[in-house]
Design a protein. Structure first.
Length: 219
């Protein structure tokens, strides 16, 4: 079971949500503060209509990439969609799903951004702070500026926001679009990219994201 710290309210205004991000972002720790990564959790949110969210977590054995635990939670979302505040829609169902796990993961692999965020506190960073688990963000679209990385698997290029390097565009497979990797909590960017490559041996997306997305579609 994953323990989630209650560090703020979720029923807040947009201005209050921004203030929460600004207050908590100093709690993010960048560094490889983790042991061996044996179990990785994939986190995703599916929507049946604009206000019903399905929070999904799958936990994979990193060596075999098989699912060893899973959790699905459905709930109504009150917070509106506002750019830069997406975590306030998606984290509530995700934390419920995390709390229902039987197997605790060594890392959270989030479908979203970590430090690659206007206030350096995206969904992966937010979840990492609330759980104090190592976390990384793996997004399909960039939140900053970047140059296309080389064509070979493992090629990468920096992603910048306001001139700061906040992540990397990472080519996980030759001939496909890159993914955008950023630190969430208790990880370095080098280790985050290495883990994503380890989790994506055959497809563009890591197996953590693929399994969570599939479960969300059929739940």
């Amino acid at each position: 079971m994953v323990r989630v710290r209650q560090m703020h309210e979720w029923t807040v205004s947009a201005d209050e949500a921004v203030a929460v991000q600004q207050r908590l972002r100093d709690r993010v720790r960048v560094g490889d503060e983790h042991g061996p990564i044996r179990r990785a959790a994939g986190l995703d949110v599916a929507y049946r209509d604009p206000d019903i969210a399905i929070g999904v977590v799958t936990v994979l054995d990193v060596d075999s990439l098989t699912v060893v635990d899973r959790s699905v939670v459905r709930e109504r979302i009150e917070f509106p969609y506002i750019s830069g505040l997406f975590a306030f829609r998606e984290i509530p169902p995700l934390t419920r799903a995390l709390e229902a796990l039987r197997v605790e993961p060594d890392v959270l692999v989030c479908d979203g951004h970590g430090l690659a965020h206007p206030r350096r506190f995206g969904l992966a960073a937010h979840l990492g702070v609330l759980t104090d688990l190592p976390s990384i963000g793996v997004a399909k679209k960039s939140s900053g500026e970047y140059h296309e990385p080389g064509p070979v698997r493992g090629d990468s290029s920096p992603v910048t926001v306001d001139g700061d390097i906040v992540g990397r565009a990472l080519r996980t497979q030759p001939g496909v679009k890159p993914l955008f990797v950023s630190v969430g909590h208790r990880f370095t960017l080098d280790s985050a990219c290495a883990l994503v490559l380890r989790l994506a041996p055959r497809y563009r997306l890591p197996e953590t994201t693929r399994t969570a997305d599939h479960l969300g579609r059929i739940a």
